[in-house]
Ligand binder design. Sequence first.
Ligand code: SF4
Length: 457
Amino acid sequence: MLDSTPSTVADRVALKINPAKTCQPVGAVYAALGVHGCLPHSHGSQGCCAYHRSHLTRHFKEPVMASTSSFTEGSSVFGGMANLTQAFSTIFEMYDPDIVAVHTTCLSEVIGDDIPTIISKAREEGRIPEGKVVVHCNTPSFVGSHVTGFSAMVKGFVKYLSENTGTRSTAINILPGWVEPSDMTELKRMVAAFGLPSIMLPDTSSVLDAPATGEHAFFPKGGTTLPEIKAMGDAKATLSLGTWASLEAATLLETSCGVPFQELDLPIGLAATDRFIESLRGLAGVDVPAQIEDERGRLVDVISDMHQYLSGRKVAIYGDPDHVIALTEFCRDMDMKPVHVLTGSVGNAFETRIKDLLADSVPDANVKAQGDLFLLHQWIKNEPVDLLLGTTYGKFIGRAEDIPLVRVGWPILDRVGHSYFPTVGYLGSLRLAVEIISAIQERQDRDAPDHAFELVL
Ligand code: SF4
């Protein structure tokens, strides 16, 4: 399918081919689904909302609910106020959510709809019932990516709802970043092991990995509750996991509520998880639990035992910046060579960070923010790799160049399991390391001549 991709890299500024990102509202919807009793609302046309919902559904294999302002030609000319105020009446009458999380789209941003004013008007007109909550964020998709949309929505919840009552609690806030429901469960387990009470925002566990019960729950049992989001303003600290997805909300919690934060990478891999654990240890004031020490030891054991399969293997890593940074460090620490590293999201800081991580081991690595998969493919044509590490979209490159792909990040549209088995923490990193090792061993078996086809690897 991609057999015609040329190896000669030409300068491109105004054209993306096979983007390594999608649009901001997708992230806003995902974040809103992690709040209990919340209905994400797309202020734009039906097509946008249908796309965002279907993309999330394809990844999670779960129904994703969201409402839309259903713009028509008239709204495009006169603005979307009438549509949104009517939508509030319909939403609360038909679905009765506790909270509606409004995000904008390209069209409503170009029109310039003033969402806070529309919300105020709807409240004055009695379209938003007493006790119900509406929050919003701006997610124009001609800038940013699904990650910045996620960040904007999390920040929106904090801005509207978190309060400093003047009494500090013992709880810590966990901003988990854009990770799977399984990762959120694992993060909570690790925090609880230190005896720390915590509030996680958002929390899509028991929402997008909910079990089949025979009954459809329009609002599943999981998700951060409104009182919890409010109480985040009284927490003693915030752990912000993933700069691109979480730092904005963490910063706002500090400036508006006085909650200090620690900025950390997603805890994927040995070193990043070590830093996460060290932060928990400092906040809890206790030793690292033996159970967590053992999990670390198992990860170290597998990486050490399998070093011969990992050492020097060239890998191309692509996807969301927070994931790619953590994965690059993990691969580097397993003695692999991340020779091509790319994200579709913006940020010079991304390129600087990756180059710092690889300064000693792969100083001439190709690194790009705001890149696309066409460029990644061209890089690979010029310097082949042993492994692709990233989203489902890389499978076309893998097929064209006969390279194994380990799926990690978002979206994964053609496999299951990511919602149920974590990638974060020592256990999640162990799972990921095993997937990487297995992919390399599978290839070794496939390519081995008869005399080198071994029973024991
Ligand atoms: S890029 Fe803009 S127009 Fe397209 S689906 Fe996203 S929000 Fe809608």
